[in-house]
Each structure stands twice: as structure tokens, then as C-alpha cells.
Design a binder for this molecule. Structure first.
Ligand SMILES: [Fe+2]
Length: 208
């Protein structure tokens, strides 16, 4: 039985199909279009205005401190709950199951659960510097393990700039309600380009 942490568990892929052995990096990048209902996205944005945000910082293992990388232009983030958190988490459960079925890894079913969502807010000129998601500090306490895949959800698209870029130039066109899943590995560096107009809202969770 998977351990229950935060009430969100995964049982691993339920299928035993022959693996297809995807060998291209992009094969493991999976977008589910309009997966979060529009009403949920709109309601989330309404409530996001009232929650508390802090500037995002990356953990630096050399100095054991948290630092911004994009000068003073890093995005803001929040771990606060809103009324749609529960329904988003339920949607993510299905999104993860779809991804498991798509990548089809019968030799790797040890997916324990997924973290609560973190909400990201990019005001004008805010961005996220190039990085990979080898996050350690979230998975060395109650949740013990490694981040396996990153789940990114987009809550609006009425802004300009803010493109999500994987590798050096793989521009993934994400719209309201889309959910993107990719491995949380050094092989998947990514960044968000500066927002040039409006505010970009997204959320992120990690399967571990
Ligand atoms: Fe990331």
C-alpha cells in the first residue's frame, strides 16, 4: 500500500503492457490540453489575489542558502490553499494516471504520491531562471524520496511573454487549463521568459 502523505497517493501504473521504450527526450514531455476546467481556473484566479506570496528562491547546496537567480525579477509563489485546491488535486491525480499510461513504465511503479500545489505568480518583468527540478528539501522529511515528474498547470493566458521553454528552444505553447508533465531531471532544464504584459498564473506539483 502506498503511504498516505497529504492525503494524495498514487498506486503506480496499473497496466502491464509491453513497454515501447521511448528514447527521445521530448517523448517524455506530455501536455494535456484544457485539463483543468475553465470555471476552476477562473475561480482560482479570483481567490489568488487574496493569498500571501513570497519571492521564489532556488536552494544553493554549496552555501546552503536560498537565492534568486534572475536578479530581482523572480516570480512570486504561495503554498496557501484556495477553495479550488481540492478539485485541482483531484484533476492532477487523473493527469498523472494518464501520464503513467502514456509513458508506460512497467518496471517502475514506485510512485508514492504528489505534493500539494504551489501557486506561481509572474507579474510584469518577472521570470524564472533556467533550472532543473532536482528538488531535495521537499522530499527529505515526511515525504521521503525524489521528485519523479513535475506537473505544471496554467490558470490563465491573458498575458504576454511568459513562455515556458524546455531545453534551449522548445517553446511549449500553454493555455488556460493546460497541464504539462515532464521528468524532474537535470536532462529537462527549463525556464519561464519574462512576462511583458499582464500577470501569468500557474501552479506546480511534484510526484515523488
Ligand atoms: Fe522547475
Amino acid at each position: 500500500m502506498p503511504r498516505k502523505v497529504d492525503g494524495w497517493t498514487l498506486s503506480g501504473s496499473s497496466e502491464d503492457r509491453q513497454p515501447e521504450f521511448k528514447k527521445n527526450l521530448k517523448d517524455y514531455v506530455y501536455v494535456q490540453k484544457k485539463f483543468i476546467p475553465e470555471t476552476v481556473c477562473k475561480q482560482s484566479i479570483k481567490e489568488i489575489e487574496d493569498i500571501s506570496f513570497q519571492e521564489h528562491k532556488f536552494y544553493d547546496s554549496e552555501t546552503k542558502t536560498y537565492k534568486t537567480r534572475a536578479a530581482s525579477h523572480e516570480l512570486h509563489m504561495s503554498w496557501d490553499n484556495i477553495s479550488t485546491t481540492q478539485v485541482i488535486m483531484e484533476n492532477l491525480h487523473n493527469a498523472i494516471s494518464n501520464y503513467q499510461s502514456y509513458v508506460n513504465l512497467p518496471w517502475f511503479k514506485n510512485w508514492n504520491g504528489y505534493s500539494p500545489i504551489r501557486i506561481n505568480k509572474y507579474e510584469e518583468k518577472r521570470e524564472m531562471a533556467m533550472h532543473c527540478d532536482h528538488i531535495r528539501d521537499m522530499f527529505d522529511g515526511e515525504r521521503k524520496g525524489i521528485p519523479i515528474v513535475t506537473i505544471l498547470g496554467i490558470l490563465n493566458d491573458n498575458y504576454k511573454g511568459g513562455n515556458f521553454i524546455l531545453f534551449d528552444d522548445y517553446d511549449i505553447n500553454l493555455k488556460e487549463g493546460d497541464v504539462l508533465i515532464f521528468p524532474s531531471l537535470f536532462m529537462y532544464p527549463h525556464k519561464v521568459k519574462p512576462v511583458t504584459e499582464g500577470i501569468r498564473y500557474s501552479f506546480v506539483s511534484w510526484v515523488w
